[in-house]
Design a protein around this ligand. Structure first.
Ligand SMILES: Nc1nc2c(c(=O)[nH]1)N[C@H]1C(S)=C(S)[C@@H](COP(=O)(O)OP(=O)(O)OC[C@H]3O[C@@H](n4cnc5c(N)ncnc54)[C@H](O)[C@@H]3O)O[C@H]1N2
Ligand code: MOO
Length: 411
């Protein structure tokens, strides 16, 4: 029984938009910082207090007050509390980042300081011990080498808008603001089912044996696209096994590879029909990746059919999978930068071509080996050029990143 192409193949752009619109963003929640990586801010990031909270030394050296020379009256270490007030002509040795004593007018760098007295002679007299009573001299313009309180942000300032991905710099910023929790949309869960009786997971391919090349790609792709991958499940070409696995998948998005075409072992559409899923996309007008499909269960879970040819599976994930995951995470559809193609790329009259390219300063250059069963080209490429259908050659193309976790970039 065949359920082939009840819907006409959708254009590549419409398919991305449709996949994005088919998903429902997950509900926001408050999570500890340690669990927030990869999630998306559900509310703006607001500074609860000024950063830095106090004036701090920007260099190792001496906090001084007024014109020199200065008498060293103490030492401020990294973990010292607020030191006593400095009077005119007084200095305190200090380390980078420590709060300067009240009254400090400047910080004199170690390498600019000359010190006389019990701890003189090294030219770098700060550090442990106060050496109190020594004299220190050197150039110290007013306000030099002091990080002012509030110089990074004031209390109540909005630093990031909602919808920003919590990546390492954002996590570090949140920690430096003193935050312990963030209100975020957490990462969607993704289950991957790799089907095929012919697939093997060790050793070479041969007659009747095809080494699984999709299973190894999916966990990294899912993670880079902001999903949480469960271990890849391998299924035989069995309609019942697929129905059982689809019915029990506990994830917002289920990927199924190798069952998307119309052969006798391609059970995806039959399994979806048996489970009452709505087929939203049945084929996309792109190459590679034409037979990809997207369906939705009544409970909102999405199923993405990845074609069995490995490059087609990759392009399908980057097309529909990334679009759906972005929406689940509360993100808009990624806007693709445009790059010149100095040598041109032949267009297909009716179908969008996805061509592995290297990105250079002059534009993009195809790397070859972009057939749907090949990964050689894409493994050495920076992006896929999206070559819109047309009568001749494209001299510019949008770029689809091969790393769905990369911050947006331009060319
Ligand atoms: N009569 C038709 N035949 C095919 C059509 C079509 O429209 N009508 N579409 C072709 C295109 S385009 C593609 S892409 C494939 C999609 O096939 P399936 O998704 O059904 O996958 P299979 O038939 O199982 O496999 C195709 C090919 O890929 C190899 N494969 C499968 N899984 C893996 C894997 N995990 N790692 C490496 N290689 C894999 C499989 O052995 C086959 O060689 O259908 C075309 N045919
Ligand atoms: O379009 Mo298929 O998806 O060539 O590989």
């Amino acid at each position: 029984m065949r359920h082939r192409h009840a819907l006409a193949a959708m254009s590549w752009d419409d398919a991305r938009l449709t996949a994005h619109a088919s998903a429902t963003p997950l509900k926001p929640s408050s999570v500890p910082l340690a669990e927030a990586g990869g999630s998306v801010l559900a509310t703006p990031l607001v500074a609860p207090a000024a950063v830095p909270p106090v004036d701090r030394a920007a260099m190792d050296g001496y906090a001084v007050r007024g014109p020199g020379p200065w008498r060293v009256v103490g030492a401020v270490m990294a973990a010292s509390g607020l030191a006593d007030h400095l009077e005119d002509g007084q200095a305190c040795s200090i380390v980078t980042g420590a709060a300067v004593p009240p009254g400090t007018t400047s910080v004199l760098r170690d390498e600019d300081a000359s010190r006389s007295g019990s701890r003189s002679g090294s030219g770098s007299g700060s550090g442990s011990g106060s050496g109190s009573g020594d004299l220190v001299a050197g150039p110290a313009g007013t306000g030099r080498h002091i990080r002012r309180a509030g110089e990074e942000c004031a209390a109540g300032e909005v630093l990031l808008r909602a919808g920003v991905v919590v990546d390492p710099p954002v996590l570090g910023l949140a920690a430096s603001l003193g935050l312990d929790r963030l209100t975020v949309i957490s990462q969607p869960r993704v289950t991957a089912l790799v089907t095929g009786d012919e697939l093997v997971h060790r050793g070479p391919s041969g007659p009747g044996r095809v080494r699984d090349a999709i299973g190894p790609m999916l966990p990294g792709l899912i993670a880079r696209a902001g999903g949480i991958a469960s271990p890849v499940a391998h299924l035989p070409d069995s309609r019942d096994a697929l129905i059982e696995a689809l019915a029990s998948a506990d994830a917002e998005l289920v990927l199924v590879s190798g069952s998307s075409a119309s052969g006798p072992a391609d059970h995806l559409r039959g399994a979806l029909a048996a489970l009452g899923a709505e087929l939203i996309i049945d084929g996309v007008a792109c190459r590679p990746g034409h037979p990809q499909a997207l369906a939705r269960f009544n409970d909102g879970r999405l199923v993405l059919g990845l074609p069995g040819n490995p490059l087609a599976a990759l392009t399908a994930f980057l097309t529909l999978g990334v679009a759906a995951l972005h929406r689940l995470r509360g993100l808009g559809l990624p806007v693709l930068p445009v790059a010149p193609v100095p040598g041109g790329i032949a267009c297909h009259p009716h179908t969008t071509r996805l061509v592995p390219v290297r990105v250079g300063p002059q534009g993009v250059v195809p790397v070859g080996h972009g057939g749907s069963a090949m990964l050689r080209g894409v493994a050495g490429a920076d992006a896929l050029a999206v070559v819109d259908p047309g009568p001749a050659e494209a001299i510019a193309a949008r770029l689809l990143s091969l790393d769905p976790g990369a911050r947006p970039w331009g060319v």
